[in-house]
Ligand binder design. Structure first.
Ligand SMILES: NC(=O)c1ccc[n+]([C@@H]2O[C@H](COP(=O)([O-])OP(=O)(O)OC[C@H]3O[C@@H](n4cnc5c(N)ncnc54)[C@H](OP(=O)(O)O)[C@@H]3O)[C@@H](O)[C@H]2O)c1
Length: 353
């Protein structure tokens, strides 16, 4: 039996995780948490809001699935990594914001960090067992979101409803907007850097509209390994929860003879500047990735509330990154302060937009 704590149980990832848990008697849900939606009776231990680490202490899980959205998931990530409890990580924002602190915690704790993001789960599988010197580069795919192919002029008046209509993935609102701006791929670029220890110049992003290839690893001998599958988060969730086993899921196998076409092209960095801004923030290091994430969270919330036009999300992030000092965080307190400052600056900009 594996004791599972599911944090963010009411969200898109959380609900799909419950389906996986329900199908595997060897996975025991011992604790569940949400932000504000009531969940009594879902697990022996439940909590809505508040201090999530207290719940984890009481639950004594073997694996924590962090499916919280945003920086709010950071205490869960650090708790699991510090204690050497396996962490199935969907909450990419915590690793982006606190990469160095999280890796130091993993080093001390010695547990496993299993990515749930589909691209990173795919990359993990392509890279598993390979030494770094064999790896030439990693390729993350992006669907391109609902506005792929549009010009900046055509994006001036898009509404939250239009941005929430994702072509290939059904997800929570924040990540869906991030997919429309390509900030999601920016966060994933930084996430991949920390997960796999690759420098940014060895991580490429390509647009692949059908989201069938999730990631590829290129090796020094000229070979590339790709991970393919229909876009369905139950696959990476199941992989992370049942690792190192690979349990069955209800997801259909690929129908290759049915005429699968694989199309790739370069992302449009001018129309979608948040991808290039993420690369720049990642390369600058320090708390720039934390500021990028914080500014993006605030700007996306303002867009969803109708306070900020779509194109201003990227502007607000860019202006915040230009205003922060980006100094490295010595500890969690420094990091929380960097997050707070970036949020304050972005709120100011959103208010005058
Ligand atoms: N959805 C996907 O397909 C997908 C794919 C790859 C990666 N991810 C990543 O997975 C994470 C979750 O995404 P999602 O789409 O599942 O988001 P979502 O549908 O918005 O769900 C978010 C979950 O987090 C909970 N939550 C929010 N703030 C919290 C807090 N302060 N304390 C405890 N719980 C809190 C919410 O609880 P309430 O119900 O109470 O609000 C909800 O259960 C994100 O980091 C996202 O980038 C998602």
């Amino acid at each position: 039996m594996k004791r599972v704590a599911l944090i963010g149980a009411t969200g898109s990832i959380g609900r799909q995780a419950l389906e996986i848990l329900g199908a595997h008697s060897e996975l025991e849900l011992v604790a569940a948490a949400s932000g504000s939606t009531p969940i009594e009776g879902l697990a022996p231990l439940t909590q809505t809001g508040g201090d999530l680490t207290g719940l984890l202490e009481r639950a004594e899980p073997d694996v924590v699935l962090n499916a919280v959205v945003g920086f709010a998931g950071l205490p869960v990530t650090l708790w699991a990594l510090e204690r050497g409890v396996d962490l199935a990580l969907a909450n990419k924002e915590s690793l982006v914001a606190a990469g160095e602190l999280a890796l130091a915690a993993r080093e001390r704790g010695g547990g496993r960090l299993l990515p749930v993001d589909s691209e990173h789960s795919a990359a993990f599988q392509c890279l598993e067992g390979r030494s770094p010197e064999q790896v030439d580069s990693l390729v993350l795919t992006a669907s391109g979101g609902p506005f792929r192919g549009r010009t900046r002029e055509e994006l001036e008046d898009v509404t939250p409803e239009e941005a929430l209509a994702h072509p290939t993935w059904s997800m929570g609102p924040k990540i869906t907007i991030d997919s429309a701006t390509l900030a999601n791929k920016g966060l994933e670029l930084i996430e991949a850097h920390f997960l796999f220890g690759l420098p940014y110049e060895q991580i490429e992003v390509v647009v692949h509209p059908t989201s069938v290839v999730h990631a590829l690893a290129r090796f020094r001998d000229g070979a590339a390994l790709a991970h393919l599958g229909y876009p369905d988060m139950r696959v990476p969730i199941s992989f992370a929860l049942t690792y190192p086993d690979r349990a069955a899921t209800p997801v259909a196998p690929l129908d290759l003879a049915g005429g699968l076409t694989l199309e790739f092209h370069a992302p449009d960095l001018e129309t979608f500047p948040l991808l290039a801004l993420a690369r720049e923030a990642g390369e600058r290091g320090g708390t720039y990735p934390c500021a990028y994430n914080a500014a993006n969270e605030v700007a996306v919330a303002a867009f969803l509330e109708g306070r900020l036009p779509f194109l201003r999300i990227a502007d607000a992030v860019e202006e915040t990154l230009a205003a922060v000092d980006g100094a490295a965080a010595r500890d969690l307190e420094d990091l929380v302060e960097a997050d707070r400052e970036a949020r304050r600056l972005t709120e100011q900009r959103a208010a005058i937009a």
